[in-house]
Design a protein around this ligand. Sequence first.
Ligand SMILES: *[C@@H]1O[C@H](CO)[C@@H](O)[C@H](O)[C@H]1NC(C)=O
Ligand SMILES: *[C@@H]1O[C@H](CO)[C@@H](O)[C@H](O)[C@H]1NC(C)=O
Length: 406
Amino acid sequence: MSSSRSGLSRVLVAVAAAALVSVSSAGPQAWGPSGVQYGQPGRPLKLLCPGVTSGTSVSWFQDGEPRLLQGPNSGLGHELFLAQVESTDEGTYTCQTPDGALRGMVILQLGYPPARPVVSCQATDYENFSCTWSPGQVSGLPTRYLLSYRKKTVPGAEGQRMSASTGPWPCPQEPPGAARCVVHGAEFWSQYRINVTEVNPLGSNTRLLDVSLQSILRPDPPQGLRVESVPGHPRRLHASWMYPASWPRQPHFLLKFQLQYRSAQYPVWSTLESTGLEEMITDAVEGLPHAVRISARDFLDAGTWSAWSPEAWATPSSGKILNHKEEQNWPSFSTTPPQPSLQPDPWQLDNSDPLEQVSVLACLGIFSFLGLLAGALALGLWLKLRPGGKAGSQKSGFWTPMIPVV
Ligand SMILES: *[C@@H]1O[C@H](CO)[C@@H](O)[C@H](O)[C@H]1NC(C)=O
Ligand SMILES: *[C@@H]1O[C@H](CO)[C@@H](O)[C@H](O)[C@H]1NC(C)=O
């Protein structure tokens, strides 16, 4: 726990550092590998000779070409002006003072300012959600993303007060460097505003996305789906499954399930809804393999159904013809566990243990004996009390005659 905390704080520091860098990089040339300057195709551009003070005149050469690009008398000092850069202008430039004392080198790389990033958010449990993004357009330049979120306040409900609890907070990238960040411990019913800002040396662009956990919730599919035949029941299949590992079970956040099954020869799925972790299919086709799959959703219908689990296959057990008839006439209790006995239910009373029947009779006997005894006691008491004075006993209540009269 503490190691994951410190990991998180490291990420937070990294994000904060990134934010600081972006603030200090007001000039478009200021970040990326040192010695590289950036420009956009079709636009004018000024290259600056590094290590030379602004008033100094320099000559410019393109790498590998002896031809002078711009002489020292251009009046532009240490700048090289390119009216309209094209991809053929990319490469290495050198600059030097007329006496050859100072030399600088610049690499020109072309690309585009960021387009607005494409962002989407997902939740597979009820208190964390993640957002992923991709560039709206490939910029061809070094790029970083600044990620933050704030809790949206309902207008009027919180007044004008901007409380610290509404953010913004950094949304840490998980794993570090991935195009994905995670908001932990979100409130199920709150609205959040996600800010994904793409930054490159030519500028920045922001996408804002409003998200609420309960609307984006989509659980992972249930796990461990098992389907088994039920001995003696040729039309039954018993299915059981588990919660997805990503959904800790908690009384306030339960899942409900949708079970689908079909026989190998029939393309259409039948559907059963269930709130438990097992279900009995009672109309399977005898002797045919069946496919079964299952999906989960928040118990109160928040979000959407999960993807389907992988299919599980089973074939109902073959039964005798007598059993088959019985099967169709019985009411089907879909949640009863499979009967381990090969005997159909109606025979069960006749076949029950004689010892059980004896003990039932014994119980009945004991109860009737106790009843008789109570009746006799009551009668005896009444007979005994009657001669002690009708008026007194009626007025003073039941216990009065027990008190000795002096
Ligand atoms: C939310 O994320 C935290 C940290 O990864 C985890 O410990 C917790 O179990 C998650 N919550 C749910 C409901 O899965
Ligand atoms: C989005 O994030 C960027 C970078 O952190 C910030 O400059 C900008 O103000 C934010 N926009 C909004 C609307 O919060």
